[in-house]
Design a protein around this ligand. Structure first.
Ligand code: PMP
Length: 412
């Protein structure tokens, strides 16, 4: 895997072996969602063909088997992110639901009028809007950490923002637009010096870097399976047990209760108190298989491979006239955002580039990447974003660069 030309593991992903518009598919939209290895798809088929049954409370064989698979997956994922207990892993529909859940539950327990929550200027809308909604509901205030010139988070400004009204900090581990790995260890340490808990949006870190929530010492962590070679529709919210125990439930229904009487309801223990209704036990099982797959590939090897691809792509891109890459700061994962300006300094619209790249079989993402405040900061309507996974190759970058040059020629 350390060899950037390696196509190791690529054959595990059958979807990649196809032509799009008569050209070999080059899939560079991995920050939006990754493709799935055969073992994950086999796990889903296996679940429905051999052991599907609703979990928990079932006395029959299949139900017990399904319950065991679901809970084993919780343990696998707890280990994957370094959690101390599997009861600290709450299954959600994804990062977005995890952040909404935290905003609601933490907000109900701890946020009052005039309290402050801090996010950074480069967040995904999922790590902005739930906090805005909470602030509106509770008459609290959302504070924003500004960025340095090089688009890194301004840590001295962050220190200035912290005060006795600050109740929570929520920041991305890795920017989905810039690929920059944010100094979250430092942010957590500084926040903790003020007694403030921190939530890390790990949507773009868990798929690409070794993550250990205990080493980070974050209080909450969220991520999505579908960006980690796993299925769509499932994610997790990790919370330190001492925090989760203080939070009220999110939704009411089956699973989350201990007893229901007309006189009132008592709630289940962790983690079930936060998991109303039938959970996605096939999804959790398949995600566990995906996590094991990543571990078998070697997460550090995946990180090195993707970072080498990024460095190569950056070097190739920088030779194209009029290119602007956002941004040069290191360290980075496998995400690269850029724009092209013509000879008159006019932006070639990323939508036009995206359409012409697609015509040549290259899948990239264009637009604001659910980070409109960051686009406003950069004073651009959007970018072209390429993002890598373990199966991408240098040859694909060469195909992409040639396709981009053709597109620029057509549009200039
Ligand atoms: N945060 C970040 C940094 C992301 O990149 C994404 C996905 N683009 C999300 C949150 C939302 O993830 P999901 O759509 O899986 O809920």
């Amino acid at each position: 895997m350390a060899d950037p030309d390696s196509t190791m593991n690529r054959s595990d992903f059958p979807i990649l072996d196809q032509q799009v518009h008569g050209r070999p598919l080059v899939y560079f939209d991995n920050a939006a969602t990754s493709q799935k290895p055969q073992c994950v798809m086999d796990a889903i088929t296996e679940a429905y063909t051999t052991w599907n049954a609703n979990i928990h409370r079932g006395t029959h064989h299949l139900s017990q088997l399904a319950t065991a698979k679901h809970e084993e997956a919780r343990t696998t994922l707890a280990k994957f992110i370094g959690a101390e207990h599997s009861r600290e892993i709450l299954f959600t529909r994804g990062t977005t639901e995890g952040l909404n859940m935290l905003a609601f539950c933490f907000g109900e327990a701890f946020i009052h009028e005039g309290d402050e929550i801090i996010v950074s200027a480069l967040e995904h809308h999922s790590n902005i809007v739930p906090w805005q909604m909470l602030c509106e509901r509770k008459h609290a205030v959302l504070r924003v950490i500004p960025l340095n010139q090089d688009l890194t988070i301004d840590l001295s400004a962050f220190k200035q923002l912290l005060n006795t009204r600050t109740k929570l900090v929520s920041v991305a581990h890795v920017s989905n637009v810039l690929g920059i790995i944010n100094p979250v260890e430092e942010i957590i340490r500084i926040a903790h010096e003020h007694g403030v808990p921190v939530c890390i949006d790990g949507a773009q870190s868990a798929p690409h870097l070794p993550v250990n929530v205990r080493t980070l010492d974050c209080d909450f962590f969220v991520c999505s399976a579908h960006k980690m070679y796993g299925p769509t529709g499932i994610g997790l919210l990790y919370g330190k047990q001492q925090w989760l125990e203080q939070l009220p439930p999110y939704q009411g229904g089956g699973e989350m209760i201990e007893h229901v009487r007309w006189s009132g309801t008592t709630y289940n223990e962790l983690p079930y108190r936060f998991e109303a209704g039938t959970p996605d036990y096939v999804g959790s099982y398949a995600w566990g298989v995906a996590a094991q797959y990543m571990q078998d590939c070697g997460i550090s090897s995946i990180a090195v491979h993707e970072q080498e691809l990024t460095a190569y792509a950056e070097q190739q891109l920088s030779q194209i006239a009029g290119v602007r890459i956002y941004a040069a700061a290191q360290p980075k994962t496998g995400v690269l955002s850029f724009n092209i300006y013509d000879a008159n300094g006019k932006l070639i619209h990323p939508f036009d580039l995206g359409a012409l790249l697609d015509q040549q079989g290259i899948a990239v993402r264009i637009g604001h990447h659910c980070a409109e405040p960051l686009m406003d900061h950069l004073a651009i309507p959007g970018t072209v974003r390429i993002s890598f996974a373990l199966y991408n190759t240098r040859e694909e970058i060469d195909l992409f660069i040639a396709a981009l040059q053709r597109a620029i020629k057509m549009l200039a």
